[in-house]
Design a protein around this ligand. Structure first.
Ligand SMILES: Nc1ncnc2c1ncn2[C@@H]1O[C@H](COP(=O)(O)OP(=O)(O)OP(=O)(O)O)[C@@H](O)[C@H]1O
Ligand SMILES: O=P(O)(O)OC[C@H]1O[C@H](OP(=O)(O)OP(=O)(O)O)[C@H](O)[C@@H]1O
Ligand SMILES: O=C(O)c1cccnc1
Length: 465
């Protein structure tokens, strides 16, 4: 997608003009984090990082962007600056695909304040959306167990968001997508079946299946519910499967898209097996989500491939991830944002986050947030409840934020969607089951080092009214 630097909110540019006039060399540290896991999930899957880095490496204002901004009354010397704008900051980040939790920095931007401010909106836009969808996909993957998952959502996505949704779905565990553009750009396996219109365009369903199978025999899946799944679609598909066998080909599958998917898939499996077509797979679609798939599995539905669209790519029922970008340091001095709601008070200073691992390499269930410059953290406390603390001496500490960009250039090789997805899967395996269950998942602990907490409290006192 061609994104230029006006992919931002006007207020970022308005503030940037003022920084330009008053503190053009200010250095800022901003933290990206979110406050709640979506879907009542016990965890989230961090996604979108590679896209953000790709965009930042080449981000600029086009000449038409500059002409447009002139209409907003920005001063000429600032517009001159924008003509040569490039992001030259440094970014520390969690690995894309990692299992992440609320209220701990996931990514940190250190840059000139003008640059850091201008990129805020695009960074939030991409990370919030992809993390939302990757988390949804990961939940659907958990329900589907080892069966194949196909993303079919582009048509129901929020416009071009469907492009990033397909990428995030692959990171969260989907095997393939029907979205040709996303598949092409991100090297995601691309697959699909056929629509009802194809069958409707024929007088006769059997002839429709025949033509399709003859012309596109590879990975051929026939949609059997246009008229009647068991009385028409399935018998016609069996006829075509037998004809394919005569030609030395194999029908890949049949797709059910309506009705009781448990009942129909069981009947379909029995009839296919009785026709010596045990190899023909059953694909199911129709408003699936993690709960329907879980229920279908519990009912013993012999479905091999689940096609999921709307509920995946729109992140239903949660419209957005509430990720934020907060200033934590300016010119080396700590900065804080206070709030009536104590859980919304931000954390000052540049920080590192450590994950606690037990002797088996499993996540213990706590991340520690510490000052970046701190050495080993031996104890963490709950952000506001000092009676809740944890001694960390017995755990292995894994630092989570790594430098991914320096002076506007990547310092690590880009990772493919397949690599990120594999990494995400391995990280989820390290997360104990209690955090992954759908109902009332265990709450993962996020604690502050004693030093960070003291520094935070000093600033709270300083700014308190
Ligand atoms: N056995 C089942 N157990 C639980 N949920 C199911 C089962 N079979 C289907 N579903 C789900 O129930 C919902 C049925 O929706 P709906 O009533 O719109 O479908 P339909 O009437 O069969 O299809 P259509 O309107 O497309 O002809 C879908 O979300 C579907 O995935
Ligand atoms: O239900 P979702 O999870 O969103 O999955 C995508 C849906 O989109 C298609 O239907 P549509 O009616 O758009 O077209 P069709 O004629 O190909 O069935 C497909 O058949 C699925 O039912
Ligand atoms: O390939 C399919 O079957 C498909 C793709 C997109 C939407 N619905 C179905």
């Amino acid at each position: 997608m061609n994104i230029t630097a006006t992919y931002t909110d006007l207020y970022q540019l308005t503030m940037a003009q003022v920084y330009f006039n008053t503190k053009p060399n200010g250095r800022a540290v901003f933290d990206y984090y979110f406050r709640h896991n979506p879907f009542n999930s016990g965890y989230s899957i961090f996604a979108g990082l590679e896209d953000v880095l790709d965009i930042l490496e080449t981000l600029e204002f086009s000449s038409s962007d500059i002409a447009y901004l002139q209409q907003h009354g920005f001063e000429n010397d600032f517009l001159e600056y924008l003509k040569n704008f490039r992001f030259k900051g440094t970014i520390f980040s969690s690995k894309e695909g990692d299992v992440v939790f609320p209220n701990r920095p996931i990514l940190q931007v250190e840059a000139n304040i003008i640059e850091a401010q201008i990129i805020e909106t695009l960074l939030l836009n991409i990370l919030n959306f992809q993390t939302l969808i990757a988390t949804k996909a990961s939940r659907i993957r958990r329900s589907a167990k080892d069966e194949i998952l196909l993303d079919m959502g582009l048509r129901r996505a929020h416009a071009t968001g469907g492009y990033y949704a397909s990428r995030a779905a692959a990171i969260g565990g989907f095997d393939s997508t029907s979205n040709v553009k996303a598949a092409e750009d991100y090297n995601i396996p691309c697959s699909g079946t056929m629509a009802h219109s194809f069958i409707q365009s024929y007088e006769d369903e059997l002839q429709a299946f025949r033509d399709f199978a003859r012309i596109r025999p590879k990975n051929c899946v026939l949609l059997i519910d246009t008229y009647n799944s068991l009385k028409s679609g399935l018998p016609n598909a069996i006829t075509v499967a037998k004809e394919m066998e005569q030609r030395g080909e194999q029908l890949l599958g049949v797709r059910l898209d309506s009705g009781d998917l448990a009942y129909l898939s069981k009947k379909t499996r029995t009839i296919l097996n009785d026709s010596n077509l045990g190899y023909v797979k059953i694909v199911a679609s129709n408003q699936l989500d993690e709960y329907v798939i879980k229920s279908l599995k519990e009912q013993g539905a012999p479905i091999d491939i689940f096609g999921v669209g709307t509920n995946l790519v729109t992140g239903k029922p949660d419209a957005a991830l509430d990720g934020v970008y907060k200033l934590s340091e300016f010119n080396g001095d700590p900065r804080i944002k206070l709030s009536e709601n104590i859980s919304k008070v931000s954390l000052p200073y540049k920080k590192q986050v450590y994950r606690m691992l037990d002797n088996n390499g499993m996540f213990y269930g706590a991340d520690a947030i510490a000052m970046f410059t701190e050495g080993k953290v031996t104890k963490i406390e709950h952000s506001f409840d000092a009676t809740k603390s944890l001694d960390l001496n017995t755990y292995k500490h894994e630092p989570l934020l790594e430098k991914v960009m320096k002076d506007g250039e990547r310092v690590l090789a880009p990772r493919t969607v397949a690599e990120i997805s594999k990494y995400s899967k391995s990280r989820l395996e390290q997360l104990p089951y209690e955090y992954k269950r759908f109902q009332n998942p265990h709450i993962y602990k996020i604690g502050l080092s004693i030093q960070l907490k003291q520094e935070r409290d000093k600033l709270v006192q300083k700014h308190k009214f």
